[in-house]
Design a protein around this ligand. Structure first.
Ligand code: IPE
Ligand code: IPE
Ligand code: MG
Length: 250
């Protein structure tokens, strides 16, 4: 076993960052509704608290030296929820966007939004564009916020673009490779997620990064997202550092 690996496995996360770090982490921020229900609060309160935790975890990932963080904030299926809840989530997104434009100038985080923006309110779409433009030059962590995102939707969108370019003679079907397909996804140019975290005690992907996660490591954690802590993130990093990724080899 190479020495550097051995060393990283005994690293104490209390005091230092492990050397076997995922380059890209995906987080399915789940459990807001159940957290609120346990407290006899409306589900919206869970989303509001979850949004605070999101801010803390983003900063922590940046501090730990993570290159890419993708958070699942709203899925293509979440429109099925009561209008009141959808509106509350969109308002929290609006608040975050305004706050980030106002206060996050000092942070070295490049913010991107992945998903289909078309159905979102026009002011939210504009704020997203502003947030992306104002952080495009940052060279610290890349933060992808998945809003109206669905892995299948992303693939359909990519396939349509490829088919249309092929029909116009601009894409040769023989040149469609795995790498080429990745170029048509919202995450084009970014490494695939190495580690996907799902708190809340559910053991499923729920349509999150289904192409990109082919060889991701999963850590399912039995904690509701509003109760998620920097310690829980560190525990997942520690678990990841112990995994033996083989990618089909031996
Ligand atoms: C995740 O929490 C947030 C979104 C899906 C927008 P949930 O709202 O799904 O919380 P639970 O799973 O019902 O507890
Ligand atoms: C996945 O959570 C979507 C987000 C966290 C944004 P859901 O709560 O929508 O997933 P299911 O319905 O439990 O699969
Ligand atoms: Mg849920």
């Amino acid at each position: 076993m190479p020495l550097f690996k051995k060393k990283s496995r005994t690293a104490s996360l209390q005091t230092e960052t492990p050397s076997v770090l995922p380059r890209h982490i995906g987080i399915i921020m789940d459990g807001n509704g159940r957290w609120a229900k346990k407290r006899n609060l409306p589900r919206q309160a869970g989303h509001a608290y979850g949004a605070k935790v999101f801010r803390t975890i983003v900063k922590h990932c940046e501090k730990r030296g993570i290159g890419y963080l993708t958070v699942y904030a709203f899925s293509t299926e979440n429109w099925a929820r009561p209008q009141e809840e959808v509106d509350a989530i969109m308002n929290l997104l609006r608040d975050y966007l305004k706050e980030s434009l106002r206060d996050f100038k000092k942070e070295n985080i490049r913010t991107r939004f992945i998903g289909d923006r078309g159905p979102l309110a026009p002011d939210i779409q504009e704020l997203m564009e502003e947030a992306e433009a104002s952080t495009a030059h940052k060279d610290g962590m890349t933060l992808n916020i998945a809003v109206n995102y669905g892995g299948r939707h992303e693939l359909v969108h990519a396939m349509r673009r490829m088919a249309s370019e092929a029909a116009q003679g601009r894409l040769n079907p023989d040149e469609i490779t795995e790498d080429r397909v990745s170029d048509y996804l919202y995450t084009a140019g970014q490494p695939d997620p190495d580690l996907i975290l799902r708190p809340s005690g559910e053991y499923r992907l729920s349509n999150f990064m289904i192409w990109q996660s082919a060889y991701a490591e999963y850590v399912f954690q039995d904690v509701l997202w509003p109760d998620y802590t920097t310690e829980a993130l560190d525990a997942a990093l520690k678990e990841y550092a112990k995994r033996n990724r083989r990618f089909g080899g031996i």
